[in-house]
Design a protein around this ligand. Structure first.
Ligand code: ATR
Length: 272
C-alpha cells in the first residue's frame, strides 16, 4: 500500500489539494496517495485520529478546522503558534506535529515567483484574521523597511502587535493610510469573498508595484480592480500561495521539495 495523506475541511468539494499533491508526486517520483475528507463538526478530532490509525502519515487542514488541528497536536512550530492555527499535520513516532505553511507559501510566491523581495520595501498587509496571523512572522523575517498592518477592528490589530512586538511592525487604521505609499500591498481580509472592498483611502496604491489578493480563482476582485485603476502593473491572486504552501508541506512530509512552476501555470485562471 502506498503512503497516505489527505486534506480535511468543510466543505471540501472544491479543494485543489489532491490535484496539486498528485502532480507533485508525479514530478518528484514519489509514490503516495492523497485524498480529501469532508470534516465533521462534531467528530473532527476522531476523524484525524482514525486517519492516523488507518496508516495516514500527514494531513492538510483547511477551514474551519485549523484551530482545532492546532489544539490537537502534541508539538507545534513557532509559526503555527503565532498563527494559532495549523494547516498541516505530520504523524510520526506516535506524535502529532503541527505546522502552518500559509505565510511562508505567500512569501515564497511574492519573492520567488513574482520576483518582488520584501527586504527594505514598505509593505502593507490588510486584515488581522487568521491569514494575517500566519503571514506576520515570515514577512518580518524577510526584512521589510516597514510592515504596516491595517484593520477595521483596532482591538484585533493591537492584540496581534502585543503578541509580536517588532520594531518594523506598525498597526494602523485605514484612514491613517491617507497620503502614504507602499511598494507591496497584500489583501488578506475576507472582503473579496463577499465582493467587498477594504476601506483604503484614495491614492494609497498609486506607487505600489505589486497588489496581491489572497483569495484565488475570483478574477479581478474589487481590491485588484482598485489597484489596476490606480496604475499598479503587477496584480496577483493567491493561486501561487496555494501551490507554495502545498510544496512546503510536501517537503516536510517527504523530504523533497517539488517544482512548483508547472503546477501554478496549470491552476492559474487569468485575471480578467
Ligand atoms: P481569515 O481567517 O480568512 O483571515 P477572519 O479571521 O474571519 O478570516 O478575518 C477576516 C478579516 O477580514 C478581518 O481582519 C476582518 O476585519 P475586522 O477584524 O475589522 O472585521 C477583515 N474584513 C472582512 N471584511 C472586510 C471588509 N469589507 N473590509 C475590510 N476588512 C474586512
Amino acid at each position: 500500500m502506498s503512503d497516505r495523506y489527505a486534506v480535511i475541511g468543510r466543505p471540501i468539494n472544491h479543494t485543489k489539494s489532491p490535484l496539486i499533491h498528485g502532480l507533485f508526486a508525479q514530478v518528484a517520483g514519489q509514490c503516495l496517495e492523497y485524498g480529501a475528507l469532508e470534516g465533521e463538526l462534531e467528530g473532527f478530532e476522531a476523524q484525524v485520529l482514525q486517519f492516523r490509525s488507518d496508516g495516514g502519515l500527514g494531513m492538510n487542514i483547511t477551514a474551519p478546522f485549523k484551530l482545532r488541528a492546532f489544539e490537537l497536536a502534541d508539538q507545534r512550530s513557532e509559526r503555527a503558534q503565532l498563527a494559532r492555527a495549523a494547516n498541516a499535520l505530520k504523524f510520526e513516532d506516535g506524535r502529532i506535529f503541527a505546522e502552518n505553511f500559509d505565510g511562508i507559501g505567500l512569501l515564497r510566491d511574492i519573492e520567488e515567483n513574482l520576483g518582488e523581495p520584501l527586504a527594505n520595501r514598505r509593505v502593507l498587509l490588510l486584515g488581522a484574521g487568521g491569514a494575517v496571523r500566519g503571514a506576520l512572522l515570515p514577512f518580518l523575517q524577510a526584512g521589510p523597511s516597514e510592515l504596516v498592518l491595517a484593520n477595521r477592528d483596532m482591538a484585533k490589530a493591537l492584540a496581534l502587535r502585543n503578541e509580536l512586538d517588532h520594531p518594523r511592525l506598525r498597526i494602523s487604521r485605514y484612514e491613517e493610510l491617507e497620503g502614504q505609499s507602499f511598494d507591496i500591498v497584500v489583501n488578506a481580509t475576507s472582503a473579496s469573498l463577499t465582493g467587498e472592498l477594504p476601506p483604503l483611502p484614495e491614492g494609497v496604491l498609486g506607487a505600489t508595484q505589486l497588489a496581491y489578493e489572497l483569495a484565488y480563482g475570483k478574477g479581478l476582485t474589487p481590491f485588484l480592480r482598485m489597484a489596476q485603476a490606480q496604475g499598479v502593473v503587477r496584480l496577483a491572486d493567491g493561486v501561487g500561495m496555494l501551490v507554495e504552501q502545498a510544496a512546503e508541506a510536501f517537503a516536510w512530509w517527504r523530504g523533497v521539495r517539488p517544482e512548483t512552476r508547472a503546477v501554478i501555470d496549470r491552476l492559474t485562471i487569468p485575471l480578467e
